[in-house]
Ligand binder design. Structure first.
Ligand code: PEP
Ligand code: MG
Length: 315
């Protein structure tokens, strides 16, 4: 029988039939915590740490970083807080962390984890700061790497995290190769988190910073849906969690589609949380699965959205 949520559980994300889907916030620093809490975030699914590093001559110290991380962990007692290691390069360049050469296509160059492997000391200071901040907090602190393409990279990052005392490493899936072969990557880590902004850019070969190709940057494209579905099913096959933390999770219809594919949590800009929460509570998991399957049978982004909406409106 459908479970009717009580007043307290109403703030937790769930489908009409009581399938829990934690609804988390994307934040860019401690100053975003208040808004995340106000919109009822159950935790943080993506803490972008670039803010600490921007506009500086050198990386911040471990102590300064730990203070910022601790402020966020302490705001979510008992909740999950997923911190992403520095995602520099491409659309987020940092003067003191240059790639090794000239890059005609920075989105395809040294960015994210690739850049951290070149500047290993910077990553190790960040991991040490995170381990220090996580000690003694009741938040479930987790760390994930951006821009992972191969199983070897996932294994390298997981080992670095565990060596630093961070027991629950994860990786972002934002490269099509990683999505298609997610089963090869997931074994090394505790969880996956799909970054649909970059995954769409790379699936459609359309630079997210180039306005003239913005029409192709559409996460409803069935190729993107297939990549998310492949990732979610690889994670579930391995008994691991798979979230979505790209902006696509903020679309209430697409959020239902992701849940129907087996995505286990959704993270988004906080103001989008109420509409996504309201969409989930109105549909059963079976309706979400039907919407996912209808969307993936479509041949275009426009048709996929229409098919998902039609499926969700059927009872
Ligand atoms: C993404 O790529 O979807 C993502 C969440 O990361 P960012 O937008 O910071 O690249
Ligand atoms: Mg990204």
């Amino acid at each position: 029988a459908p479970q009717v949520p009580g007043p307290h559980s109403f703030r937790r994300g769930m489908t009409a039939d009581g399938h829990a889907v934690p609804l988390l916030a994307n934040i860019g620093g401690p100053r975003d915590v208040e808004s995340a809490l106000a919109y009822g975030a159950e935790g943080v699914g993506l803490f972008r740490t670039e803010f600490l590093f921007l506009g500086r001559a050198a990386a911040p110290s471990a102590a300064e970083q730990a203070e910022a991380y601790r402020a966020v962990f302490e705001a979510f007692p008992g909740g999950r807080v997923v911190v992403r290691t520095l995602d520099a390069g491409a659309d987020k360049p940092l003067a003191f962390l240059p790639p090794s050469g000239v890059e005609p296509n920075p989105a395809l160059g040294e960015r994210g984890l690739r850049l951290l492997r070149r500047h290993r000391a910077v990553m190790n200071v960040q991991l040490a700061a995170l381990a220090a901040a996580a000690t003694g907090t009741s938040a479930k602190a987790q760390v994930m790497a951006p821009m992972v393409a191969t199983a070897e990279e996932a294994e390298w990052f997981a080992l670095a995290c565990r060596t630093a005392g961070l027991a629950s490493p994860g990786i972002m899936i934002e490269v099509p190769a990683a999505a298609l072969r997610a089963a090869d990557l997931v074994g090394a880590v505790d969880f996956l988190s799909v970054g649909t902004n970059d995954l769409t850019q790379y699936a459609l070969a359309a630079d997210r910073q180039v306005g003239s190709v913005a029409g192709l940057q559409d996460p409803w494209h069935p190729a993107v849906l297939d990549l998310v579905a492949a990732t979610a099913s690889a994670a579930s096959g391995a008994g691991k969690e798979c979230g979505v933390c790209g902006e696509a999770a903020a679309d209430p219809v697409l959020a239902c589609v992701f849940v129907g594919m087996g995505v286990t949590s959704l993270s988004m800009a906080a103001p989008a949380l109420p509409a996504v929460r309201a969409a989930l509570i109105r549909h059963t998991l079976a309706q979400c699965a039907a919407a996912a399957s209808a969307a993936r049978s479509a041949r275009s982004a426009v048709d996929a959205r229409a098919a998902a909406e039609a499926a969700l409106s059927r009872t």
